[in-house]
Design a protein around this ligand. Structure first.
Ligand SMILES: [Cu+2]
Length: 226
């Protein structure tokens, strides 16, 4: 995926795209490593502590009223507290940059060096409403998709948008799947999400926050044109 960067408030940031894909790869890698260790440990112990037919299992010499110390290992205990903590701190740290690209303060208006346009997205059980304000239809338009009947939001390629999010009922979360950008839309709170669509085509906007019966079908289409 092509990564378009925009200079917001004098800082060059990636708005969607590559930063998210890199993050996904890192999280996927570490999920795999942790998964192999955890499931390896689990499977190993499932066999180690399995009783044979007729045997009363007590491989750990457990006695009533006594803490089982047979396999006690202080270094191991410290390791399994410290190592995952380091991993979590590391993953949190590398997420901060890409997350703040999406989580620009909604009260910030007039970002220097970037022409951007504001579009409203309102979540409601179970559909999305888009508000193009007074924008030219070339920059923002709302329609209905011919084949699926889904709501279509049409935007222009390589233009930076700030989507202002709101909700009429419960918490939703518009998720522009192609760019990995998502943010909660919360009743009573204004949140926002930045996006610079850098390829043309039709893409899904899903809901990433479970919001009731038809959450899975709360889909709209983002149409990006030249
Ligand atoms: Cu939902």
């Amino acid at each position: 995926m092509v990564c378009i960067t925009a200079s917001t408030r004098g800082v060059t940031v990636a708005v969607g795209g590559e930063a998210y894909n890199e993050l996904f790869d890192v999280f996927f890698l570490w999920s795999g490593v942790v998964g192999v260790i955890v499931f390896g440990w689990l499977i190993h112990h499932s066999f180690l502590y399995r009783s044979k037919d007729g045997e009363v299992p007590n491989i750990d010499d457990i006695a009533v009223g006594e803490f089982p110390r047979h396999f006690h290992n202080t270094k191991l205990e410290i390791a399994w507290v410290v190592l995952p903590s380091i991993l979590i701190i590391y993953l949190t740290y590398i997420s901060l940059g890409p997350a703040s690209d999406v989580w620009e303060d909604p009260s910030v208006v007039g970002v220097e060096g970037v022409d951007y346009y504001e579009v409203g997205i309102n979540g409601q059980q179970w559909f999305w409403e888009f508000d193009c304000r007074n924008l030219d239809t070339d920059l923002c338009d709302v329609g209905v998709h011919d084949e699926t009947g889904l709501t279509v939001l049409s935007v222009k390629k390589d233009v930076t948008y700030r989507f202002n999010l709101s909700s009429s009922d419960v918490t939703h979360s518009p998720y522009v799947v192609q760019w990995g950008a998502k943010e909660d839309s919360v009743p009573g709170i204004f949140t926002s999400m930045w996006l610079t669509p850098d390829i043309t085509g039709e893409f899904f906007i899903d809901c990433a926050e479970f919001c009731g019966d038809d959450h899975a079908y709360m889909t709209a289409i983002l149409e990006v044109h030249e």
